[in-house]
Design a protein. Structure first.
Length: 171
């Protein structure tokens, strides 16, 4: 059986799609999204839906939503700096100390001591290198201690870390 009915906006005859349920077909009023949009245009759906007022219109909540008492408040630069200091380093809730990961310790080095900018290798042949890295010195463990790391250019760092050339590089 073929079900048909006219669209409420353009009055075009529409047929029920094969996979649509009967209850869904009975609720359908428009032939397309375009007609649905034309019907919605000019209606205020926040206030009413099909002529009925919203169920929560005029009702007050017994609690505040969000941080309404501080809306529009801005901290001063000094207050922001103090809040940052109170949550940095060992005071931070997620501070792991010397159990931090490799990348976390290297990020800590860059944050506290800046980006590596020279090569500590006395025998380095590269005078003007574009990039430098922090390298863990032989015999040390990854810790939050600057004395455990040396600044090296990329070629020196690679040769320093390779097992065959460890004895050839002197810092």
């Amino acid at each position: 059986m073929i079900y048909t009915k006219p669209c409420d906006i353009c009055h075009k005859i529409m047929e029920k799609p094969y996979k649509m349920t009967i209850s869904g077909w009975n609720k359908r009023r428009f032939c397309s999204q375009k007609c649905n949009g034309i019907w919605k245009k000019g209606k205020d759906f926040l206030k009413t839906r099909l002529g009925k007022p919203a169920w929560n219109r005029g009702k007050k909540l017994p609690y505040l939503i969000g941080n309404t008492h501080a809306k529009g408040y801005h901290h001063s630069e000094q207050a922001k700096k103090n809040m940052s200091l109170n949550r940095s380093g060992e005071k931070h809730w997620d501070w792991k100390g010397n159990n931090a990961s490799y990348s976390a310790i290297h990020k800590w080095l860059v944050k506290n001591y800046g980006i590596a900018d020279h090569c500590d290798n006395k025998d380095c042949l590269k005078i003007n290198s574009k990039r430098y890295e922090y390298a863990l010195k032989i015999g040390f463990k990854y810790t939050h201690n600057r004395e455990c790391y040396a600044q090296l250019c990329i070629p020196c760092h690679r040769s320093y870390d390779s097992r065959l050339n460890k004895l050839n590089v002197r810092l």
